[in-house]
Design a protein. Structure first.
Length: 789
């Protein structure tokens, strides 16, 4: 091996022309830089990953560090949270610009397509006014009246009104209402219908009505199970979803909105809904009037019976007072009959009261109290059995399997209990009738005895009191009778408290979707998703993006940072052509800095004559960097040969425009190998010579590089040229670079920013270190502009 140890880095004059050497193109003179300082030998020895870098590394690598982090570290400052996060996001967007732009465009187009697919919806509005109570003008500030208006809103949104509208318009035959009842999307299916359901144009669903009333709304399935016609319930639920009733400010005006896909249907439904509600309100008022009339009728009947009892008391008092006569022969009979009438009356009254209570308990199903009232042990026992069976059916114990049998026994117990209760009440009724008959018979007998006796006519004051009570009862009877007649008359003059002030017309414009707003929202959401995906792809997995990350992963120094020239304003120029077209560009300066750093680092002993350029994986810009280094060296006045040893995917001949008929393959496969001048072709853009890959013929790509003459060929080239740049396949593709590495002076391992993975870089370095132990360095390609400063 020709790597000799030296304590001082020699001047580059051994490998470069003198200071007066002029480049073949351009005539500009380039001075070879000299090194100031001590030995750099230890820095470029191969170093295992994880070991500390010597302080001398900073002489060359200081310019490659991320300046903001180094500045903050030197000043003891921590990065600001929001600015740091924003910087990371913007950096990820720059590095993943193509992905972010593509996703943004695709998602925006998708959002536009979905918005255009959304079916149009039309909203028709019917305006109704609520009458003020008792004919007064509307007073919104009055709390009671305000609650009355809000109550009308809740009633209009009820399920009963919706069902009546469905029946009136026969909406069970409309598929829009049958299909929509089980889906949250209005009048349309698929993705667009789903989005329409997420962004309703208006309407108050049954769930909203339930929430506003403080109760949990029932599902359509539960409502259908309770209804005799499930289709009506499903259509009513669908109608509620497209209906919205709201109060306009603090006025007495209600707005009834119907939103559907047809403008004519929207107007028809809105007007029919309002008309149906008014009809239902009239029906409810008529029903309420009927209930009032029935209650008044019962009260009139009770007062009539009370009036008859008062008149009977007057007659009885007259009889009692008239019994005080001078006829002593009739007194014993009268006294006896009066005592019997009083006793029989008390018994009849008690039986009647007991009968009414028993009938009420029987109708209410309170058999326990009924058994105690009638002192009937059979009813009490049957009620206890029923209660026990009911508890067993409702809360069965563990292991209970005969629930059907328990239910049958419960039904039988209920039937027996009902029969026993009915029989006991019927017996009590017969007993009460017998008591009443006995009282009537005794009174008739007393009347006959009194008629035969000589009656007295005293105590008229007591008689007057009884007459006044009867007169009061008669007055109440007449008042309630008059109210009953008035209620009967009001049934024919019932008016609604809500009336239509403006019928719904056919809406001229659609109310949904708001396409402009949705498109803007979709565009912003698409950008947000694209940025998020770009940030995630940039940070997960942890690909190498910066120089310090590359050095930590490789464990060896990095000598070059090359910017992503695709993002600079090159006006269509290829990066390798920027060396001459734009020598002051960032890319040209980075290539020049990399070449000088390589010469300073590797130019020891016999000099730095040959460089192998490889990469961790494909598409990392390896061939472009090799060609750029060769052209920059030729521009500096060096005699350079560029060899294409990527026999699997050769591309140097295409980039330089030279012929690929003959090349390094024929040279290595010939015996003995000979370096013919015909194999050397001049680069049209520079003074360097290009040796293409050549034609392999029937040989495999790795066969020429396995030739024992490979080292001799490289040595012959080193004797004729100042610098040999060899382009080899990536280490991920093949082991070609490992076979070449043992014959060259230095190896440059390229890694692509945001693409190279730390594991692959570490594996590539370990493979190269098994071949050679010195003059191994890395370069970061496609780097951020901030890493160049």
């Amino acid at each position: 091996m020709k790597y000799q140890e030296t304590s001082v880095v020699p001047d580059l004059g051994a490998a470069a022309p003198s200071a007066g050497h002029t480049a073949s193109s351009g005539g500009q003179v380039y001075q070879t830089p000299s090194m100031v300082g001590g030995s750099r030998q230890s820095m470029f020895k191969a170093r295992q990953p994880g070991t500390e870098r010597p302080e001398t590394d900073n002489l060359v690598m200081g310019a490659q560090k991320r300046p903001r982090e180094r500045l903050r570290a030197s000043e003891g400052q921590k990065p600001k949270g929001n600015l740091e996060i924003m910087g990371k996001v913007l950096g990820a967007v720059r590095r993943q610009f193509k992905l972010v732009a593509l996703l943004s465009v695709l998602l925006s187009v998708l959002a536009l397509g979905l918005v255009m697919l959304l079916p149009p919806q039309f909203t028709a509005t019917t305006l109704l006014a609520v009458d003020a109570p008792e004919g007064r003008p509307a007073e919104p500030a009055v709390t009671g009246y305000s609650l009355n208006v809000d109550g009308e809103v809740e009633v209009m949104q009820s399920m009963k009104v919706a069902q009546q509208v469905v029946k009136r318009l026969n909406l069970t035959e409309d598929p829009r209402f049958i299909d929509k009842a089980s889906s949250p999307a209005p009048a349309s299916g698929g993705v667009s219908g789903y989005l329409t359901g997420l962004l309703p144009a208006g309407g108050s669903s049954a769930a909203q009505a339930g929430e506003s009333s403080g109760t949990d709304p029932k599902t359509p399935a539960e409502l259908a199970a309770e209804s005799e016609d499930p289709a009506v319930v499903r259509a009513a639920v669908a109608l509620q979803k497209i209906t919205n009733v709201r109060r306009r400010g603090l006025t007495n005006v209600l707005a009834l909105d119907i939103t559907i896909d047809n403008p004519k249907d929207a107007a028809r439904l809105a007007n029919a809904y309002a008309d149906t509600y008014i009809t239902e309100q009239i029906s409810s008022k008529l029903a309420a009037a009927g209930h009032t009339e029935a209650a008044l009728s019962r009260r009139v009947t009770e007062l009539g019976e009370e009036l008859r009892r008062s008149e009977s008391q007057i007659k009885a008092f007259a009889l009692v007072q008239g019994a005080q006569s001078n006829d002593d022969s009739a007194r014993p009979a009268i006294d006896r009959l009066q005592a019997d009438v009083a006793a029989a009356g008390r018994e009849a009254s008690a039986n009647a009261s007991k009968l009414r209570e028993a009938e009420n308990l029987l109708s209410a199903g309170n058999f326990a109290a009924l058994g105690k009232l009638l002192n009937n042990p059979e009813i009490v026992l049957l009620d206890e059995q029923r209660s026990s069976l009911e508890q067993r059916v409702q809360r069965p114990s563990e292991g209970e399997t005969d629930l059907a049998g328990s239910q049958k026994r419960l039904d039988l117990a209920k039937s027996q209990l009902r029969s026993a209760g009915t029989k006991a009440v019927e017996d009590l009724r017969k007993q009460a009738d017998a008591s009443n008959n006995q009282v009537s018979a005794l009174r008739q007998e007393l009347k006959q005895v009194v008629q035969r006796a000589d009656l007295s006519t005293d105590n008229s004051v007591q008689l007057f009191r009884l007459q006044q009570e009867a007169a009061t009862t008669r007055q109440l009877y007449q008042d309630y009778l008059g109210r009953l007649k008035a209620a009967a008359q009001q049934r024919s003059t019932v008016t609604p408290s809500v009336y239509v002030v403006a019928e719904a017309g056919i809406p001229p414009n659609k109310s949904f979707p708001p396409r402009s707003l949705l498109i803007i929202v979709g565009f912003l959401v698409g950008i947000g998703i694209a940025v998020s995906v770009g940030y995630a792809r940039d940070n997960y997995p942890e690909n190498i993006k910066f120089v310090d990350e590359l050095e930590v992963s490789s464990g060896i120094p990095n000598l070059g940072v090359i910017p992503d020239s695709r993002r600079s304003k090159t006006k269509g120029l290829q990066p390798e052509n920027l060396i001459f077209a734009r020598p002051q560009s960032d890319y040209s300066e980075a290539i020049r800095r990399l070449r000088v750093s390589l010469q300073l680092a590797f130019n020891r002993g016999a000099g730095f004559k040959s460089l192998l350029v490889t990469s961790t994986q494909r598409h990392e810009g390896r061939t472009t960097i090799a060609l750029s280094l060769a052209r920059d060296a030729a521009r500096a006045g060096l005699k350079v040969a560029l060899v294409d040893c990527d026999l699997r995917n050769p591309s140097l001949h295409a980039k330089t425009g030279v012929s690929n008929d003959e090349g390094i393959s024929e040279m290595l496969l010939s015996s003995p190998p000979s370096l013919r001048m015909s194999l050397l072709q001049r680069d049209p853009q520079s003074s360097c010579f290009v040796i293409p890959s050549g034609d392999l013929g029937n040989a495999s790509p790795d066969q020429p590089l396995q030739s024992p003459h490979l080292g001799q060929v490289i040595k012959d080239l080193e004797e004729r040229f100042d610098l040999i740049v060899i382009d080899a396949a990536s280490l991920e593709t093949a082991a070609d670079a490992l076979m070449i590495a043992q014959h060259v002076d230095g190896v440059l391992l390229l890694a692509r920013a945001t693409q190279a993975r730390p594991v692959r870089v570490r594996d590539a370095v370990l493979d190269l270190q098994r071949t050679r132990t010195a003059n191994l360095t890395t370069g970061l390609n496609f780097a951020e502009a901030s890493d160049l400063r």
